[in-house]
Design a binder for this molecule. Structure first.
Ligand code: SAM
Length: 202
């Protein structure tokens, strides 16, 4: 294995146990809040967050009346999500395991993708795109935040727009106009930009 492949066997569980989670903003992502203000998330819709970790967006979607499923490898992160949803008395579905092997019985109206794509090794990206294609209904939306990281290696691994346009090709995905792709700096990751874009599955 190369160094880069080794690094993909990242110990996420220990990161959560030790609270060493610099990717967490400590609140809702401002892009999520902006989409929410624009009424992007509608009560009754089915939503999934792959690699949800302790993302507070899971509960926020449930509170907005969506049927939400979160999936993650980390038992510690999922226990945290269970506790948050119990406290808020909201029902969410939580799946602990490898999301790339997950086959949901029913498709989703939307997927919220936040620092999961950049967390997996780039060699797994094609598999993830196939999963997203299967998981979403035709016309389903992918709310994506593409991490920009010019340095080599990861996680996080760079998700350049050029690479993303190849990964999510026009024959399967409708891309927004460039003016609707907005950069959101991540204050806990040296202000690295995350490019927020909503892609529609054909
Ligand atoms: C950088 S964290 C992001 C967590 C969350 N999305 C957030 O924004 O706070 C990456 C997450 O992906 C999870 N993860 C990595 N590989 C996974 C896999 N194959 N299946 C499920 N979860 C995975 C990790 O456990 C971790 O919670």
């Amino acid at each position: 294995m190369t160094d880069e492949e080794n690094r993909s066997a990242f110990d996420w569980e220990t990161r959560f146990i030790e609270n060493n989670t610099p990717w967490e903003r400590g609140g809702l992502h401002p892009a999520f809040e902006a989409w929410h203000r624009q009424a992007a998330f509608r009560a009754g819709e089915r939503a999934a967050i792959p690699g949800c970790g302790r993302s507070p967006e899971l509960l926020a979607l449930a509170q907005a009346g969506l049927a939400v499923t979160g999936a993650d490898l980390s038992a510690t992160a999922m226990a945290w999500q269970r506790q948050q949803s119990d406290i808020a008395a909201r029902s969410v579905e939580l799946i602990t395991g490898d999301v790339l092997a997950w086959q949901p019985e029913q498709a989703f109206d939307l997927v919220y993708e936040q620092t999961f794509l950049c967390a997996i090794h780039p060699r797994l990206r094609g598999r993830y795109e196939q999963c997203l294609t299967r998981w979403l209904v035709p016309g389903g939306r992918l709310y994506a935040l593409f991490m920009q990281k010019p340095e080599r290696g990861g996680p996080p691994f760079d998700c350049s727009l050029e690479a993303m346009r190849t990964l999510f090709p026009a024959e399967r995905w409708i891309w927004p106009d460039a003016r609707h792709i907005r950069a959101w700096p991540h204050p806990k990751l040296n202000d690295k930009a995350e490019l927020g874009a909503v892609l529609i599955k054909r």
